[in-house]
Every structure is written in structure tokens, then in C-alpha cells.
Design a protein around this ligand. Structure first.
Ligand SMILES: Cc1cc2nc3c(=O)[nH]c(=O)nc-3n(C[C@H](O)[C@H](O)[C@H](O)COP(=O)(O)OP(=O)(O)OC[C@H]3O[C@@H](n4cnc5c(N)ncnc54)[C@H](O)[C@@H]3O)c2cc1C
Length: 548
């Protein structure tokens, strides 16, 4: 094929992804120097369209970035008023008192927010400062310079033929070059994955760990609504099958975020995370709350869980990984937005200093040092053993030992050192023959819903004539390996029903309904053969979340 010719545009800093990390970086750069040329590229149809968080926001990131956010009208309208933890059994629950919890677990001073709306507001702040933001522009390729440094990205490729070739309607996109490129794609970013592999940034680190988070917005009976209430649960229905838990956050307007996270290191390939979530809503405590209400939105997204010891090296020549592209979630707090913001700010400050010193295309080592030794490192370090303890010793032991470890870490030491994670999540999957299939109750259509009906509440959309963005390294593996060995778990781990095994006269066939994809990235993480690569579809495609 002839070399593709693309126009190139030059910037000081090119930012991939308009989440809290990318937008914070853009804002900070322009705060430091209004003359810097900064561009943010976002694959969602608008800023916020692909943002899915709980979310209880710790405002420390915003405080550092925009100290007068209140006066400027940031949509942080619901302070947390109550904070409850429950251990669930099938028919009841036990409340875990707040007093034994280390202070870092308390939600006092935090806000229940729509992170989609927070990002929309941050984008307005950035644009007022002169940042160029282009939604509907997916970054599909990295551009490397002559010396192996990152030089930019390719964005805005549209209208490829189904086989990936160029056709009459193809727009080749453009190259956006920067003195520095920030990858702020969130969890399991497709370009970040390439960059981590190319520069071997995970060398010497623990494997990254993940969960899949699913979330619905419910409008409930006003009599049951308690604005500002935060509830977390653990235990049923997951039991010993998998780690994870739920969150129930009461925001404004009688709305409630109901979410469920399943850790992706589960062994039993019969496990069906989406159905665990649906089953959870039938717990008497949850069912009582939701009865009479209606589900108005659904979405799903993976969440990074590896924490401090899994963060890759954050910089390579010309590029920096921000926020959850590097995995900055504090797992027991289920919070990463504050660290995403702080990382954006720190990367911007490092790039500003470098550009002022007429540098470009080198490693922003000051950023790396700030993340590891500053507020982010200190937040993540204190909780670094919680996830490995949960994986190794199960829920009850890890609750006690993890609590003890968080307390001692708050005082400055740990009895456990730094525990490792061992395997990655794909490797944790065991043969189907070692496990019993799980019999999930059929959704009742009132509290629980079948997957495809729920996906319609994510308003996801993909232009059908484009190539499938879910690439199989070997198309034979799903039926020849994954089906006999693991009962092809893609049928179950995908929270959007993208993958099916269809039986016809010629035998089983693996079908990919990429139109349903909600960009959660679970397949890229959990496929036991590591045969699926999530690549970005053309810009503007994917979910259209309202106020997730
Ligand atoms: C179910 C769930 C509940 C959570 N609850 C909370 C909570 O209560 N509190 C909290 O603080 N944190 C919570 N988190 C974690 C939080 O969502 C993340 O830490 C945070 O989103 C990280 O921000 P980010 O900017 O790094 O990435 P993201 O918020 O994921 O933003 C990345 C952006 O980049 C875009 N993008 C990605 N790739 C490309 C590309 N190639 N080209 C163009 N654009 C691209 C995406 O569309 C997206 O808009 C939760 C996560 C989940 C999944």
C-alpha cells in the first residue's frame, strides 16, 4: 500500500483523552503559560460521553488545580453526609462500624458527583484558558521520531473499509506532533499499552490488576432517597467465587448510582460478572431501596487495582502516562479521580519547566519523581497490601489484616513490607473442568435486566461499516482453545454482550458484535489466551453516557 500522506499540526503538548487526568494537565499548562499550544483529543462524541465513575470525589485534586472551583461553579453539589459499610449474606447484612476503619477510608469532606459532568465543566475551564479540545477524535496510532522518541499521535481516521483498507470515503486523519505527548486514556489505554510494551515500562513492576465495574443510575421513590448517603457492601453474591463489592451513592434529584465491581482475577471461567451485579440488586436491602424506581442508565468500565507496586515507569522519551493509563486507583477507597487530577497537574508542571528550558522529546523524570514521592505515592503506598491480601487470603482475613496494615501505614510502617500480586488477571483463569457452572436466576425485568436491554441504556453506537475494533491475533483460538478449555468466558465477562458462541450446522462459531462495545476493555484484560486486542474505533463511536 502506498505511504499514507497526512497533514501534521505542531503543538507544545498533545494530550490523549479528556478525562480528569488529561483535562487537569491541559488546565495547568495554560495556567502556567497562556502562550503554550495545548490540544486535547477525545474519542467520545463529546467530553464526558465515555466517563464512568462512581463517583465519590475526593476534592484534593481539584483544590490543588482550581482552588476557587466553588466560586467557578464546579458541579460538586452533594457533600457526603453518611458513610456505611455492610457485609452481605444472602438474606441479610451486618454493618461494619466506622470507628475501626483507618481515617483514609472516611468519606467526610468528599462529594458525590457525576464525573461526566465534572469533566464537562473542566473542559469549559480549559477552553476559557485557550486549550483546543477536539471530541470525536480517536487517537489510533503513535507517531515516533527518528531517535525512537514519541513525536505525536494520529487522530481522526474515519471511513475505513470493513477490511481496514482505504476506500472512497476514507479520511486519513492527521498527525498531531508535540514537544511532549501525554497519554491520559484511562484504564488499559490502547496507545498506553503499546508505549508500555515498546519502552518496557513495566519491567521490574508487579503485573497490573483490574476489576470490571458496572453501574446503573436509578431514579427512586423520593421517600427513600437520602441525598449524600454512601453505602459500600462486600460478600454476597460473590462469596468465595470472586472478590469485589458494591457501591450505592445517593446524588441529587432522587437519583442513585448503583454499582458493582468484580475483581478480574477470578478463577472460575463460568463466573458471569454482569449476572452477579443483577443478582445483587435482589438482596433485600437493595431491593427495598430500588422497588418502585426505574433504571435510567447503564454502563461499564474496567478499573485499575494493582496500585503502587503495579504502576509502570511513567515516562519514556517524549511521552508521559497520566492517571489510570498508569493505574492510580486507591483500591480500598475505590477512588482514582483525585490522583488522576494530581498526576495531570504534576505532568504539566514538569513539561512547562522542560519547554521553558527549550527541551523536547526527552523523559520528564521530574514528573515520575513527583508522582512516586508526592501526594499520589503517599496515597497509594498506604493501601498497597490490601489487594494482594484479598487475592491471597480471601475477604475476611484481608479485612482484618488489610485494616491493620492501613492503620500501621498511616503511622508510617508496615508489618508486611510490599506484597506482590503474582499472576496477571488473564493467567488467573482456570480450566472450566475444574469448576462448577453457576446457575444464575433469570432477570425479572423490574430490578434486574438482561444484558442487551441494559446495553441499550448505555446509548452505545458504532458505525457498522468500519473494521471490527476488537482484533483477534488468531481467529481460531476462541473456538479451538478457549471454548473447550474455558467454555469461552468472553461470552460472560463482557458486560455488553459483545461476544457470542453461535452453534450452526458447521459447528460452533465465535461472533463479535462490536456495535455493542462500551469501551470497558475487559476483553483485552481477561481473555485467558490474551488473543483479543482492544483498538480504538473511529471517533465519536461508543457509549453516550448522560451524567455517569
Ligand atoms: C465502576 C467504577 C467506579 C469508580 N468509582 C470511583 C469513585 O467513586 N471515585 C473515584 O475517585 N474514582 C472512581 N473510579 C476510578 C476513576 O474512574 C478513575 O480513576 C478515573 O476515571 C481515571 O481518570 P483518567 O483521566 O485517568 O481516565 P478516564 O476517566 O478513563 O478518562 C480517559 C478519557 O480518555 C479517552 N480516551 C481513551 N483512549 C483514547 C484514545 N485512544 N483517543 C482519544 N481518547 C481516548 C476516554 O474516552 C476518556 O474520556 C471508579 C472507576 C470505575 C470503573
Amino acid at each position: 500500500m502506498a505511504e499514507i500522506e497526512r497533514e501534521a499540526m505542531e503543538y507544545d503538548v498533545v494530550i490523549v483523552g479528556a478525562g480528569p487526568a488529561g483535562l487537569s494537565a491541559a488546565i495547568r499548562l495554560k495556567q502556567l503559560d497562556a502562550d503554550l499550544n495545548v490540544v486535547v483529543l477525545e474519542k467520545g462524541s463529546e467530553v464526558g460521553a465515555h466517563i464512568l465513575s462512581g463517583a465519590v470525589l475526593d476534592p484534593c485534586g481539584l483544590d490543588a488545580l482550581i482552588p476557587d472551583w466553588k466560586e467557578k461553579g464546579a458541579p460538586l453539589n452533594v457533600p457526603v453526609k453518611g458513610d456505611k459499610f455492610y457485609m452481605l449474606g444472602e438474606a441479610g447484612q451486618v454493618r461494619i462500624p466506622n470507628f475501626p476503619m483507618p481515617p483514609l477510608m472516611h468519606n467526610h469532606g468528599n462529594y458525590i458527583v457525576s464525573m461526566g459532568n465534572v469533566c464537562r465543566w473542566m473542559a469549559e475551564q480549559a477552553e476559557e484558558l485557550g486549550v483546543e479540545i477536539f471530541p470525536g477524535m480517536a487517537c489510533s496510532e503513535m507517531v515516533y521520531g527518528e531517535n525512537g522518541e514519541v513525536k505525536g499521535v494520529v487522530a481522526g481516521v474515519f471511513g475505513l473499509e470493513p477490511d481496514g483498507s482505504y476506500g472512497p470515503n476514507t479520511e486519513p486523519g492527521m498527525e498531531l506532533h508535540g514537544k511532549y505527548v501525554f497519554l491520559s486514556e484511562g484504564v488499559r489505554g490502547s496507545l498506553s499499552k503499546e508505549v508500555i510494551a515498546k519502552y518496557d515500562l513495566s519491567a521490574g513492576k508487579e503485573p497490573q490488576k483490574y476489576g470490571v465495574g458496572m453501574k446503573e443510575i436509578w431514579e427512586i421513590d423520593p421517600a427513600k432517597h437520602k441525598e449524600g448517603s454512601v453505602t459500600h457492601t462486600m460478600g454476597w453474591p460473590l462469596g468465595s467465587n470472586a472478590g469485589g463489592g458494591s457501591f450505592i451513592y445517593h446524588l441529587e434529584n432522587n437519583q442513585v448510582y448503583v454499582g458493582f465491581v468484580v475483581h478480574l482475577n477470578y478463577k472460575n471461567p463460568h463466573l458471569y460478572p454482569y449476572m452477579e451485579f443483577q443478582r445483587f440488586k435482589h438482596h433485600p436491602m437493595v431491593a427495598d431501596l430500588l422497588k418502585g424506581g426505574k433504571r435510567v442508565a447503564y454502563g461499564a468500565r474496567a478499573i485499575t487495582e494493582g496500585g503502587y507496586q503495579s504502576m509502570p515507569k511513567l515516562v519514556a522519551p517524549g511521552v508521559a502516562l497520566l492517571g489510570c493509563s498508569a493505574g492510580m486507583v486507591n483500591v480500598p477507597r475505590i477512588k482514582g479521580n483525585h490522583n488522576a487530577m494530581l498526576s495531570g497537574k504534576a505532568a504539566a508542571e514538569a513539561a512547562y519547566d522542560a519547554i521553558k528550558a527549550e527541551r523536547s522529546g526527552d523523559e520528564l523524570t521530574v514528573y515520575e519523581t513527583e508522582v512516586r514521592n508526592g501526594a499520589i505515592g503517599s496515597d497509594l503506598k498506604k493501601v498497597r497490601n490490601v489487594k494482594p491480601m484479598w487475592s491471597k487470603w480471601g475477604l475476611t482475613a484481608s479485612l482484618m489484616l488489610g485494616g491493620l496494615d492501613m492503620w500501621t501505614n498511616t503511622l508510617g510502617f508496615s508489618l508486611f513490607g510490599t506484597l506482590g500480586h503474582g499472576k496477571n488477571d488473564a493467567e488467573s483463569t482456570e480450566d472450566a473442568s475444574k469448576h462448577q457452572p453457576i446457575d444464575y436466576p433469570k432477570p425479572d425485568g423490574t430490578l434486574s435486566f438482561d444484558r442487551l436491554t441494559n446495553v441499550s441504556f448505555a446509548a452505545t453506537n458504532h458505525e457498522e461499516s468500519q473494521p471490527c475494533h476488537l482484533r483477534l491475533a488468531d481467529p481460531e483460538i476462541p473456538v479451538k482453545v478457549n471454548l473447550p478449555k474455558y467454555d469461552e468466558p468472553a461470552q460472560r465477562y463482557c458486560p455488553a454482550g459483545v461476544y457470542e458462541v453461535v452453534e450452526d450446522e458447521s459447528g460452533p462459531r465465535f461472533v463479535i458484535n462490536f456495535q455493542n462495545c462500551v469501551h470497558c476493555k475487559t476483553c483485552d484484560i481477561k481473555d485467558p489466551s490474551q488473543n483479543i486486542t482492544w483498538t480504538t474505533p473511529q471517533g465519536g463511536d461508543g457509549p453516550n453516557y448522560p451524567n455517569m
